[in-house]
Design a binder for this molecule. Structure first.
Ligand SMILES: [Zn+2]
Length: 418
């Protein structure tokens, strides 16, 4: 059969959280070997064999098998296992939307009231999570979710919940990036935290257990804990940029030089301070109140930076950085956010950065201390690679600093005006 969809992922099992084997080019042919529970077992390019979801091919509104949500077409029970003989955890009304962790063999795994459960895929319409209509907040349920209303038991449960926040990352058999991959978790998949450990190259890992009892490792960089955003303020609504207080955080400083250019001339700590000064001028010209975490070449520890932001109750915290990579070709700008509520701020700024001369690497989840521990809306901007020969020429020019700061201001204007 012909695959008339872009980049359909061929998987090792009939499950959206199983390992990706290959990506199928649009308008290429596959041989269907069998069909089971909404999945097709196919052979691609004569060699690779695996599973593709038939429900994805048949659904014009879906472009990927990731970030799924279930819209209940009929009232259904949530079952404790992938069988209708298992315990019924709850009854859900038709029309309800639930976030899907994964779809496997004709069942979707969903989270309902802090429990995992399963619903037959045949009872739901699968949609992208972005397509869930925004609902009118139910006053009762928002009250329940307030941190001070959480019971001790719920807080302890949140502390032990690991949520995967990046796509196509590995669930590993050992705390080592080169160890065997158990499978590729879906975005927002939840695990139970067993332990935190550091691998041989200083990478931090969470030892976690999935809902079937499989234990393995996940890099902490790509995940959030269930209690990480409890004290975070989503929006502050100053009304306009002119009424907002913005904290600029020039990355690194003092003994911490940050990235250094390949010719050892340019230090990240100096460039971030230069960008911060120009950005302050432009934001003040737009009427905003501006605070800096540092205004000289001094060392400020990461905790101090977030404490400054939290104590000043700022409307936005912008951490400025310049990237570096051992891969010389990596270049361009990237916007990081940690708290889900901060995606909108990140996206507004990044839409502007994407118009810049340098390529843009999109908005990406990043578990950075200054974002995670920040209770205020916060983003971290990587404004080009010190290790790339094209980027470094830009980074050293005055026009670059003038232009990039203009774009950041425009992004904030858009964020506060919509
Ligand atoms: Zn940096």
């Amino acid at each position: 059969m012909m695959i008339e969809k872009e980049s359909v992922v061929l998987r090792s099992q009939p499950a959206t959280n199983s390992q990706a084997i290959d990506s199928i080019d649009i308008n290429s042919n596959v041989n269907v070997l069998s069909e089971r529970n909404g999945w097709l077992r196919v052979r691609y390019k004569g060699t690779s064999e695996g599973w593709i979801p038939k429900w994805l091919l048949d659904n014009d509104n879906l472009v990927t098998d990731q970030n799924l949500a279930a819209h209940l077409l009929v009232a259904s029970s949530i079952y404790s296992e992938q069988t209708t003989d298992s315990q019924q955890l709850a009854d859900i009304d038709a029309g309800t939307y639930l976030i899907v962790n994964f779809e496997r063999n004709g069942w979707v795994q969903v989270v309902y009231e802090n429990q995992y459960g399963y619903i037959p895929t045949s009872s739901v319409e699968l949609i992208h999570q972005d397509a869930i209509p925004e609902s009118v907040p139910d006053p009762e349920s928002t009250e329940e979710s307030l941190p001070d209303e959480m019971t001790q038991e719920e807080l302890e449960e949140a502390e032990r919940l690991v949520i995967v926040r990046q796509e196509n990352q590995a669930f590993l058999s050992a705390p080592d990036l080169y160890s065997d991959i158990i499978y590729t978790p879906s975005i927002n998949q939840r695990f139970e935290l067993i332990d935190v450990t550091t691998g041989s190259d200083e990478t931090e890992f969470y030892l976690v257990e999935d809902e079937t009892g499989i234990r393995g490792y996940i890099e902490s960089r790509i995940a959030a804990l269930g209690n990480d955003s409890l004290n975070h303020v989503g929006t502050t609504n100053p009304g306009s940029l002119a009424d907002a207080t913005i904290m600029i955080d020039a990355g690194h400083g003092g003994e911490d030089s940050g990235a250094i250019s390949l010719d050892n001339i340019t230090y990240e700590k100096d460039v971030t301070l230069r960008t911060a000064e120009i950005l302050q001028e432009k934001l003040e010209a737009a009427g905003a109140t501006v605070l800096q975490t540092r205004s000289t070449d001094e060392f400020v520890d990461l905790d101090e930076r977030t404490i400054l932001s939290n104590e000043a109750n700022v409307d936005a915290f912008l951490s400025l950085h310049y990237d570096s990579s051992p891969v010389p070709d990596w270049h361009g700008t990237t916007t990081y956010y940690f708290h889900e509520d901060d995606f909108d701020l990140a996206d507004n700024i990044n839409q502007q950065l994407a118009q810049f001369e340098l390529p843009n690497n999109n908005v990406v989840f990043g578990n950075y201390h200054v974002l995670r521990e920040n209770n205020r809306p916060s983003v971290l901007l990587e404004l080009g690679y010190m290790s790339n020969s094209t980027d470094i020429d830009y980074i050293r020019s005055q026009e670059y600093h003038d232009h990039i700061t203009e774009l950041i201001v425009a992004g904030l204007e858009n964020y506060y005006n919509h």
